[in-house]
Structures are given as C-alpha cells and as structure tokens.
Design a protein around this ligand. Sequence first.
Ligand code: ADP
Ligand code: MG
Length: 390
Amino acid sequence: MDVNQRKQLLEQEFYRRFGCSPVLWVQAPGRVDLMGSHTDYNQGYVLTMAIDRTTWLAARPRDDRQVVIYSLNLEGGGPFSLDRITPDTQSPWTNYIRGVAAVFAAAGYPLRGFDGLIHSTIPFGSGLSSSAAVEVAAAQVFTLLNGGLDIPPVQMARLCQQAENEFVGVNSGILDQYSSLMGREGHALLLDCRHLTHQTIPLPEGVQVVICDTRAKRELTGSEYGERRAQCEAGAAQLGVSALRDLPVETFYRREAELPDILARRCRFIVEENQRVLDLADAFTRGDLAAIDRLTAASFIGARHLYQIVSPEMEAMMQAMRTGPGVIGARQAGAGFGGCMVAFVHRDATADFAAHVQSVYHRATGVMPGVYPAQAAAGAGRLVLEAENV
Ligand code: ADP
Ligand code: MG
C-alpha cells in the first residue's frame, strides 16, 4: 500500500464512521535501537532510530468535549469525555489516547474534543514502539487542535511517557517517545538518557538497517524487566554511584569483584553496552564496517551470557541473520525475550538477505518471521505527502 492508497483508505473509513472528512493529519514513527539494550533506565546512552513505519491519525475537531476514536488496526473504540477521563477495559488500546489526554489536562494544557481514526504500519508488541507512536500522534493532535500549544519536544516526550506509565501501567523509559518525536531522516540519534539530549549521527553510506521480527511474544511487563532493573540499581548502590552510567568500563573492571556474581554480570553488561553505544556512533561516523560487526556481536554475547535476555527464538534468528548474504553485523533490539532484532546489511544484498532470513528462521522454528528493511525517518508531526500539505 503506497501513501496515497493509505490516505484514501483512511479518508473513506473516516467518512463512513463520521459522515465528514478529516481536516488534520499527523504521523508518528516507530523506532528501533541500533545499540543500547537496557541502558536507558541506567541513565546511559542509546543509539536509536525513528523508522519509516508509522502511525497516522486523521482528525476533525468537535464542538463538544468528546473524543471519538477508532483504529483500523483494532476493534472497539468509541467516545470518551475530556471532563472525566477514565481507563477503558472494553478497548484497552484507547487508554494510550485517554492517558495522553489525562496527563495533558493534569499539566494544565487546554484540550479540545475531536473525531479521530488511527492507522499504523508498525507491528504491535514487537519492540518497535507502536504504543509510543499512538501516544505521540495523539499528543500532536491535541497540540495542533489548540493552535499549536507551545510544548517543548522533550516535555511532550515526558508527558507521553507519563501517560503510558500511569494510565496504561507499563513502566517504560522515555526512549520510545523521544525517538518518535525527534527522529531525523537518514540519521540515528545518539540519545543521552540522563540529560535527555541527543546528537544526530548519519547512517553509513550503503548500509541498510533490516529489522527481523522473531514473532515470539515478549513478556515485558513480566517479572524479568523489573528484576533486571532492580539488579542494576542494587549494583549501582553497592558501587556508590547514582546510576551505572557513571561507571567507565575500566573503573568497573577494577571494582566488579565487590559485587555478588549475579549483580556483577548484570552491571558488566550495562557498563560495556553503554560504551558500545558510543563506539558504534563513532564507527558510523567513520564508516567502519568491521567495528559494526565486532560491536554488534559483543552486544549479543553479553545479552546472552551476562544479561540473560536471549530466548531460543532469538538464537535462531541470530543464526539466520549472521549467515545471511551481505550481512555486516546483527544483534538483539528492544528489551530482548523475543520481539525484533536488527541487522546491518550491504544495501545491494537486502533482498537476498531477507529471503535467506525468512527461509532459515522458518526452517528452524516453523514460524515465518517479519523482515522489514527500515529507513531512518523524520520525527512526528503534521503529515506531509508529496506535492501536497494535508
Ligand atoms: P510495542 O510498543 O513494542 O509495539 P506495546 O505492548 O507497548 O508494544 O504496545 C502495543 C499496544 O499499543 C497494542 O496492543 C495496542 O493496545 C496499542 N496500539 C499500538 N498501535 C495501535 C493502533 N494502530 N491502533 C490501536 N492501538 C494501537
Ligand atoms: Mg510500547
């Protein structure tokens, strides 16, 4: 489906449901991390990239205080009142929008009701941040319907994160929302999760990012995520720093014997992974493909042995990616335990690489993986289609 067909689909469906056409279109991209697993809540660095898989939200302002929201991707939806925003158990997906409305209202921003229809090309629950894209798209609509509320992007990312933490009940970091808002075409973002600042890093010439979805369900809200987080905090406290981000690799190596074995392994992964983020950004800038190979391989080995977030499906996918034609490097993405992984591939070999990964992974697991070559995309905003500004 090209962008015009997609727009037409939304327009038709909007008309069918609301009897009129949308007047405001916004888009918010998904994202993938190129390096930096679990470094975000350790206040470290992540090399992240907004991708050309997006959530679109078509809207039309209403004269009352209702938001009426539907999605082409999921059943349910309907109206809620901006004067009494409560969580919805019938259509839990609307809580991402309700949550944004609730935190905006609590922060004192004026809100206006709207009719809205969502459509996304981001797979759900795979670690590509479809949830953040919905929040960020809703935030754009609330902002633009009020004549462009002047909310600095970092503040907007925080509000969307707060919506997910408090209203949906997922204890996620700010990485997803930040990436969706700040993405830049052709570039990755070297995000500093403590200071919430970033540098843009150009992707190396001729290198294609290929996202490979194991299609194995992540159980992120399960105990593992919270347990890793607690272990990192305990390790940092025992070493007398406020976050693992404060420990240079050499300092950590000298002191890791002070920690119980399990904490030492968890902390070692984070400290090394944090350094790998900086090193990969540097390798991109230099176009150093051998370093991409070395750093991604080390990241996966650490995820397997030290942080222990690698599932059997991820092992099978790693095997498929590492043996693919034109591969430069490959690693996990997101939080691990299934979900998506990421490969760097010589652009000319992308189609062959995709076919190889599909057949090898399918043979090993019986599951057909998702393989998505991804371009680095611009951050969220008003949707701009070629030769027209809708
Ligand atoms: P991820 O963010 O990694 O894709 P999450 O579990 O955090 O996974 O978020 C997925 C959830 O976000 C979906 O189950 C759904 O509730 C909501 N969501 C995402 N995209 C849409 C959409 N286009 N329409 C409706 N709900 C959506
Ligand atoms: Mg999410």
